[in-house]
Design a protein around this ligand. Structure first.
Ligand code: ZN
Length: 228
């Protein structure tokens, strides 16, 4: 079986997303990539997360050709493929219609630095360069299209997260653990931002630069980790 470990992660983290309330119905999808093989394992289309077994997870190459599996892949497989083609550090991609993130996607307003937990969504810390501290909104495109995939990756830029106008959110990470954690943190942040609308103090790009710097040494492993 190709990409057995990655398929296992897709099945396991799909259940975690469901349990965390991030995926109303069967919405959302996730994938894990083996960059050396140039393949990724992606959740199947329209299946309840609790029913997904290893053999239900489909393996595709970056052009969308099926390398292994019999199930129809997620309708957003092109979105996942575009992130792997364009973003060299992406090893996992998670897409959801999580309620508060999607609220801002409907408002077409970016997520802002109302809490420093936005840091892992921003471009990597660079002492020479301060970047804008937002999760931007990609223009609306029909779900499941190449146009949506291109708009999402382009708008995401060097960051690790992007809202999809009137649709949802996409995040990527160096592992499925990192991507899932970022999705949870951004849904928390979106809820805070929503509740504090009109009165929120937003952290400055300088303050977020300092937070990003601290994240590079945070946690148990070099390079930092989540769980602060
Ligand atoms: Zn969607």
């Amino acid at each position: 079986m190709l990409l057995e470990n990655e398929r296992q992660q897709v099945a396991e983290y799909g259940r975690r997303m469901q349990a965390a309330g991030l995926c109303p119905g069967t919405s959302g999808n996730l994938s894990v990539c083996d960059r050396e093989k140039g393949l990724f394992a992606v959740s199947p289309s329209g299946m309840a997360y609790e029913e997904i077994r290893l053999e239900d997870v489909t393996v595709l190459d970056f052009a969308g050709n099926v390398a292994d599996g019999t199930r129809k892949p997620s309708s957003e497989w092109a979105l996942h493929a575009a992130f792997y083609r364009e973003k060299q550090n992406a090893c996992a991609v998670v897409h959801t219609h999580a309620l508060y993130c999607t609220t801002f996607a409907v408002l077409r307003q970016p997520l802002r630095a109302v809490h420093y937990c936005i840091a892992p969504a921003l471009p990597a810390y660079d002492p020479e360069r301060i970047t804008e501290s937002i999760v931007p909104v990609a223009p609306y495109q029909t779900f499941g299209t190449v146009e949506l995939a291109e708009a999402a990756v382009r708008t995401c830029g060097e960051g690790n997260a992007v809202l999809l106008a009137n649709h949802g959110i996409v995040v990527c990470g160096k592992s499925i653990k990192a991507a899932f954690s970022l999705m949870q943190d951004l849904e928390y942040l979106a809820q805070l931002q929503y509740q504090a609308q009109g009165g929120a103090y937003v952290l400055s790009d300088d303050q977020m630069q300092e937070a990003k710097k601290r994240f590079t040494t945070y946690g148990q492993k070099p390079g930092g980790s989540s769980g602060y």
